[in-house]
Ligand binder design. Sequence first.
Ligand code: PMP
Length: 415
Amino acid sequence: MSTVSSSASSPTSPTLPLATRADSLVGSVIDSSTSLLASYTHDIVKFGMGAPAPDMLPSSEFARIAKSVFSPESFTYGETQGEPVLIDALLKYLEDTSQIPEEHFGQRERLVITSGGMQGLDLGFKLFVSPGDLVFCESPTYTNGSATAMSYEAEVVEVPVDHEGMQVDALEGLVAQAGRSPAVIYTIPTFQNPAGVTMSLERRKELLEFAHRHNSVILEDNPYGTLRFSGESIPTLSQLSPNDPLIFGVRTFSKFVAPGLRIGWIDVDPEIRGLAINAKQTMDTCTSVPTQHMVAQWLSEGGANDHVDHLRDAYLERKKTMATGLDQLFGDEVRSTDPDGGFFLWVTFEDDSINTENLLPAALDEGVAYIPGPAFSPAGAFTNALRLCFASNAPDRIDEGLQRLRSAVDKHRTP
Ligand code: PMP
């Protein structure tokens, strides 16, 4: 047990008998940005949260579908692994769109519906991380993922990322340094969050070899894979290595349908699935049943097809608008990644004295929000970088937001 003093608002309250793992719970700067912005009353262009814009959500279809699927049966408990209608519709969608290898076709027993991608991450780390285990993650990374590993008392080691994704050739050196192999390698290989980069085919193969050499689980977090708007598609790790028990796939409807639904899934070896179901039963019994029925109906009607095409077109335009705007307003002052899909540009100031955490209040005053670089590193690196989400705003708002960012940087430099 570890002890911390409870709430500062009550100085006389006793010391709480917290579990040791409570010390490993780090909050999410990314998630907290939603509450932070709610406290501002002036107009803010939101480049922070990785969420589709309200105009990109299929809300009217879902409003119509809700009326037809809401019955008394859809308000009771469901099966932990997910509603059969959703599993069937999802599997068909994944097969029709070649998102899974042919070897997995028809394998309903690989899928568990989860309460968002976050629950998939929690299940993966819960099953494979014991206290003190080593977990490799990308640097920068989606720190809600690394934080989940830390909540199971993992020791997280950051692996540098370049334009081809995780630098897989650094892994053996890190193993030698640590004197042990990682229990889990956490990667977002496609349109990485926050860097937007995609791991090359060669590195994917090397990563698989590494994982098999060390018997490490690869947690393949792939929320953005459907949203490719340019370039050649690259197979996922599970497509490269079908029926591989070392690959734990985490997916979500949040980025190509709507994050507020809180529906995702895991795609795992059937042997692991049973354990994942047990683990999920200790979390939430089952994912929201009415929402699962809505998504199932939307998928069965073929709703995803046109919708995803529309998203790809819109996001390509938004990315181009943001990249062009950055170039015009910041020129050589910054360098930015150039993603072929997903939601994010990762922007680094050449002047490393610019601290994006310190800049944020000025940016919010000017009316633009972003997530500062250190929020994407467990060690708090990338102080002169920031993540911009291009998906959440129409092109004219992107232009407006970048103008505001420009003036925030100017004011911050010359107070
Ligand atoms: N993984 C990554 C890389 C993400 O970007 C996100 C969402 N920001 C998630 C997982 C979590 O997805 P969900 O919102 O469905 O829980």
